[in-house]
Design a protein around this ligand. Structure first.
Ligand code: ADP
Length: 348
């Protein structure tokens, strides 16, 4: 730690002046009453005294203050404040005040971010246990009825209950997979492997994969037009497939019977395309739009759970798109339908 004495002479100067003045006064009184006056002593002695006391006082004050301040710096550096690390110890009060103010600011920010993280951790844990409880109790309920309630002996009930328990387990697996993915994103552990691929073929894959689910509600999965030639994009193919799957899956889950899910791919600039996924389902009320990308945020909690949702689908979608440095948008009219869209690069 370097030492710099920024001289502040005021105090020493004033004190020395007072001392010298009183000494002159005492000498005058002494000489007037007791002895004849000696002008040499009267002038030289106070001047010498002034300089002597000035330097002595200045030195003492600075060493005293320096020691105290150094101790303060040392104690504060123990707290690992970057604003005070490698700082020159100063006896200048305004520099010191500034340093301490910066230190306090730095600590305040750290405490605030720790509080936010703590809140986030508590909320996350609460949400996870809540999400896992429902399917776990469902599975346990069916297994208990089978074993203890004797349903295992009834062939029809047996198959029905085992199928329901199996659905519960499937839901648990979905939740755990989503949790795994989102926590990897949130600790920055998921890499994006950029490659060139045809987005039209990828959308068709997702349509094929979800066709059976759409059929249950008689929902048609379609393109807005016939795309004859491929449209190449540069992105992480698997993760974009996950984005498309989550968005198309939602359009089915929250779509109406006999509805449609339509995907359009639009060129919006020389290097960008916009993929739009539009449904004519239940739509989203305006007040929910800004929150639907939050983890575990659902509009209709029981409805979403019945549909097997973990409440993490859109949070994952947003993470993936943002990890590509791209943007995701949502537009919706309640009871008319929703449109989710995201951008992708068409060149490296
Ligand atoms: P979930 O597992 O609940 O589907 P998501 O994160 O995928 O979780 O979606 C969050 C909420 O956003 C859903 O619970 C639903 O209310 C709403 N939502 C998502 N997509 C749509 C859509 N296409 N139409 C209407 N509501 C939707």
């Amino acid at each position: 730690m370097a030492i710099s004495f920024k001289k502040s002479y005021k105090f020493a100067f004033k004190s020395s002046l007072y001392i010298s003045f009183f000494v002159v006064l005492s000498l005058l009184v002494y000489h007037n009453f007791i002895q004849p006056i000696n002008y040499f002593i009267l002038i030289v002695f106070p001047i010498t005294l002034f300089f002597f006391s000035f330097f002595l006082m200045q030195y003492r004050v600075e060493v005293f203050i320096y020691k105290r301040i150094k101790k303060l710096y040392d104690e504060v550096s123990l707290l690992d404040a970057t604003s005070l690390k490698n700082k020159t110890v100063t006896t200048d009060v305004s520099t010191l005040t500034n340093d301490i103010r910066n230190f306090a600011k730095e600590k305040k920010i750290q405490i605030e971010s720790l509080n936010i993280r703590e809140e986030y951790r508590r909320e996350f844990l609460g949400n996870i246990s809540h999400e896992l409880k429902t399917p776990l109790f469902t599975v346990q309920g069916y297994l208990d009825t089978l074993i203890e309630g004797g349903a295992i002996k009834d062939k029809n009930l047996r198959v029905k209950y085992i199928e329901r328990a199996s659905k519960g387990v499937e839901r648990l697996i979905n939740i755990v997979q989503d949790l795994d993915m989102i926590s990897k994103f949130e600790v920055g552990d998921l890499n994006i492997d950029i490659e060139g691929f045809d987005i039209i073929a990828e959308i068709q894959n997702v349509f094929d994969l979800l066709e059976m689910k759409a059929d249950v509600k008689n929902i048609i999965l379609m393109f807005d037009e016939k795309y004859i030639s491929p449209i190449h994009v540069y992105a992480d193919k698997d993760k974009i497939q996950q984005v498309l799957t989550n968005l198309v899956m939602n359009s089915i889950k929250y779509g109406k019977e006999n509805g449609t899910t339509e995907i359009a791919v639009e060129k919006i600039s020389k290097t960008k395309i916009l993929v739009r996924i539009q449904d004519n389902g239940q739509g989203i009320e305006h007040q929910h739009l800004s929150r639907i990308f939050e983890r575990f945020y659902r509009i209709n909690k029981s409805g979403s759970r019945e549909e097997g949702g973990s409440g993490l689908g859109l949070a994952i979608v947003k993470h993936i798109i943002e990890a590509h440095n791209e943007k995701i948008f949502v537009q919706s009219t309640y009871q008319k339908g929703s449109e989710f869209s995201f951008t992708l690069k068409t060149s490296k």
